[in-house]
Structure formats: structure tokens, C-alpha cells
Design a protein around this ligand. Structure first.
Ligand SMILES: Cc1cc2nc3c(=O)[nH]c(=O)nc-3n(C[C@H](O)[C@H](O)[C@H](O)COP(=O)(O)O)c2cc1C
Length: 208
């Protein structure tokens, strides 16, 4: 193992699978940076099992091998990508519940100067991707993290057809009214760019 291995955590919540697909692309992007260890984790579910519908059960099954995120994963990471579906223009309660466990880390300043980025998915094109990403950044600033987006040197941000996600604030996808429109190739490439960028900036910050 390289001496100065960089650690990147991709932590997400996904109910119908779209954010999970973006998470995989973000992780691939981070992994493409040399000597980078990537952990992919999902946050714990708070919807009681007896309320899961068939679509949700199917996704839970697909994601069953992805470990549940802990506070140790945050402490381990040099850079962190947070992925959440949009819920009325904000992050999901599941992701909020995870972030709300960081009090102990906050007290110690343990997350200060770690690099962070955010990705999301909405059903509708103008349904709040940007508000979700920006409001998700607010607690990250409290934690002292160095929050990054995606600059327009990523030319795929200019794409408009087919309908595309991705913005200067972070990676995203539009899943349609039934949440069954998977992230497009453009969305996935932008997500990779976010992962790569988090890793590259983390390397600069840590000097690893
Ligand atoms: C309670 C609730 C609130 C939602 N709020 C929004 C919203 O504000 N805007 C939007 O376009 N989609 C909204 N959606 C749809 C999801 O954000 C969308 O289907 C997303 O792609 C799901 O991601 P996932 O497949 O990773 O679970 C909402 C869904 C639920 C269940």
C-alpha cells in the first residue's frame, strides 16, 4: 500500500436507486486518482420495514452489500461526497439523521478541512436540485469542511439535450415522475468529475 494513500468516502441515501447509481460514478471518479482508497457507504434507513413498498424492497436488496455508514467513516476520510435524493428541495431525512450524529466530531473539529461535495437526484427538471445541494452544504460549513462544486471546465455542464443533471453546485440527475429514468451518460460523467475533483483537492489540502 502506498504510504500516502488518500481516503475518500462516498456516503449516500437512495430509495429508488438513482442516487446509488450516481454514487457509484462519484466513487469511480475518486478511484481514478492515483493512490486513493474509496469507501462507499449508505446511511441507515429510518422508514420502518413494514412501510417499505415493493420498489423500495427491490432497491434495498440491490444495495444490501453496501455497508451502513458510521461516524468512523467520516473520521477516516480526507474527502467526502454526500449523496441524497431531493425531498421538497432539501436533503432526505435519512441523510439529515446521519449528519445530525456528527456532534462529537464537530466538538473535536474532526471534520475541519476535509473536502466535501454533494450530489442529488430529483424527479422533475426544476424540482430543487440546486436548493438541495446548496442547503446540504450548510451543515458542512458548520463542520468546517472545504466545500467544492464543479466548475464549467467540465464542459458537460453545458449539455441540455437530453435533459441533464449537473450544475456548478454538484452532480445530479432527473429521474422522472416514476423515479425510473436512470442517470444519463452525461450525468454519470459529471458525477465522476465530482469524485475526481474531491480526491484531487483533498490531495492538495492534505499534502498526501
Ligand atoms: C417525500 C418526497 C419528496 C420529494 N421531493 C421532490 C422535490 O422536491 N422535487 C423533485 O423533483 N422530486 C422530489 N421527489 C422525488 C425524488 O427526489 C426523486 O424520485 C429522486 O430521483 C429519488 O432518488 P433515489 O432514486 O435515489 O431514491 C420527492 C420524493 C419524495 C418521496
Amino acid at each position: 500500500m502506498a504510504k500516502n494513500k488518500l481516503n475518500v468516502l462516498v456516503v449516500f441515501y437512495s430509495m429508488s436507486g438513482n442516487v446509488a447509481k450516481l454514487a457509484k460514478a462519484v466513487a469511480d471518479g475518486a478511484r481514478s486518482v492515483r493512490d486513493t482508497d474509496v469507501r462507499t457507504r449508505q446511511v441507515d434507513e429510518i422508514v420502518p420495514k413494514d412501510k417499505w413498498n415493493d420498489a423500495m424492497k427491490k432497491v434495498k436488496e440491490e444495495l444490501r452489500d453496501i455497508p451502513i455508514a458510521t461516524m468512523d467513516d467520516l473520521a477516516w476520510a480526507d474527502g467526502i461526497a454526500f449523496g441524497t435524493p431531493t425531498r421538497y428541495g432539501n436533503m432526505s431525512a435519512q441523510m439529515k439523521e446521519y449528519i445530525d450524529q456528527t456532534g462529537g466530531l464537530w466538538l473535536k473539529g474532526a471534520l475541519e478541512n476535509k473536502v466535501a461535495g454533494v450530489f442529488t437526484s430529483t424527479s422533475t427538471q426544476h424540482g430543487g436540485q440546486e436548493t438541495t445541494i446548496i442547503t446540504s452544504m450548510v451543515p458542512l460549513f458548520h463542520l468546517g469542511m472545504i466545500v467544492v462544486g464543479i466548475p464549467y471546465s467540465e464542459q458537460r455542464l453545458f449539455a441540455i439535450d437530453p435533459v441533464t443533471g449537473g450544475s456548478p453546485y454538484g452532480a445530479s440527475s432527473v429521474s422522472g415522475p416514476m423515479a425510473d429514468r436512470a442517470p444519463t451518460a452525461n450525468d454519470l460523467e459529471i458525477a465522476k468529475t465530482l469524485g475526481r475533483r474531491i480526491a484531487e483537492i483533498s490531495r492538495k489540502i492534505t499534502g498526501k
